[in-house]
Design a protein around this ligand. Structure first.
Ligand SMILES: NC(=O)c1ccc[n+]([C@@H]2O[C@H](COP(=O)([O-])OP(=O)(O)OC[C@H]3O[C@@H](n4cnc5c(N)ncnc54)[C@H](OP(=O)(O)O)[C@@H]3O)[C@@H](O)[C@H]2O)c1
Length: 278
């Protein structure tokens, strides 16, 4: 199988490039093909002749999206449309990475794939609008929603906590946002399986189990053997430009129905810490 990955240099993209063995995989970054440039995207797809395209490229700075709305929509929505248009013209399948931030966070039980989108942030809106456009353009595309990504390939929450914990006796972390941490290694493996299984429609792909950022931070310092105290605070004490959903736990039912199981997040955290130290 020939596969083309847009966003191959990101946190997920790097793990996808590592995980995807046994197929012919081309990884592209923003210099190879800026997804805002429809012609360049089309050329890249024609050159690489993929059977599957994985679109992991995005403007992922959630707070930055609030102040750079034009850029956020140009990359995350219009760029995704450019890739889908090129995929359709070339007869390639498409897997698009989306986010738990398409939901408003008002539910108290895990979000299923058919639950109503109601994004609260610009980033969430760009992803929600991209999902809708892509499903119109290419109903057979696969939309993999994930959440709270971490890994060794870039900036992420565990890395920030470990760096701060090294220099501070105590850290304040929000305890009123609940979600599912997801290890880029596990997500990459699941994406490979989804493509090989010819998956269609919306799928939720995250490590199992859920926690608050406070609980996640506490597990990170404990697992790393650090003595730093983690103190729970609420979001109002920790104001940020983009509102985050209070609850964005994604149900594993859609992934399980395809025969794919993700490990629990504490197990994933342990493997991340090992990978970070190796
Ligand atoms: N991080 C999370 O917590 C999270 C949660 C839910 C969903 N997601 C989604 O999962 C996917 C992967 O996220 P990630 O954290 O791996 O992203 P990331 O580390 O920020 O990497 C972004 C990737 O996109 C590329 N890119 C950015 N702008 C581009 C453009 N205009 N044209 C072409 N390529 C461009 C970057 O290329 P350069 O290296 O050349 O800049 C890089 O390869 C994204 O769709 C993201 O929205 C992430």
């Amino acid at each position: 199988m020939r596969v083309t990955i847009f966003g191959a240099t990101g946190l997920l993209g790097k793990e996808l490039m590592r995980a995807w063995t046994g197929d012919s995989v081309t990884g592209l970054n923003s210099r190879d093909a800026d997804i805002r440039d429809a012609e360049r995207v089309q050329e890249a797809v024609l050159d690489t002749r993929p059977e599957w395209i994985v679109l992991a490229a995005a403007y992922t700075d959630v707070d930055g999206c609030e102040s750079n709305q034009e850029l956020a929509f140009a990359v995350n929505r219009d760029g995704a449309i450019n890739v889908a248009t090129a995929a359709k013209a070339a007869g390639a399948r498409l897997l698009f990475l989306s986010s738990d931030y398409v939901f408003d966070g008002r539910k108290t039980s895990p979000y299923e794939t058919g639950d109503k989108r109601n994004p609260q942030s610009v980033y969430g809106r760009t992803k929600a609008e991209a999902e809708i456009k892509l499903l119109e353009l290419m109903p057979e595309c696969c939309i993999a929603r994930t959440s709270w990504l971490f890994g060794t390939g870039g900036k992420c929450f565990p890395d920030s906590i470990l760096k701060l914990a090294g220099s501070r006796p105590a850290l304040d972390v929000v305890n009123d946002q609940r979600g599912c941490p997801t290890y880029a290694v596990d997500l990459a493996r699941a994406i490979v399986q989804l493509c090989r299984k010819n998956a269609e429609g919306i799928v939720h792909v995250n490590n199992t189990g859920d926690c608050t950022w406070f609980e996640f931070a506490r597990a990170i310092v404990t697992s790393a053997g650090l003595a730093t105290t983690i103190r729970p605070v609420n979001s109002q004490q920790f104001a940020r430009p983009a509102p985050r959903p209070a609850y964005s736990v994604l149900s594993p039912a859609s992934l399980r129905s395809l025969g794919i199981e993700m490990p629990p997040w504490p197990d994933a955290l342990g493997r991340y810490l090992e990978q970070r130290h190796s």
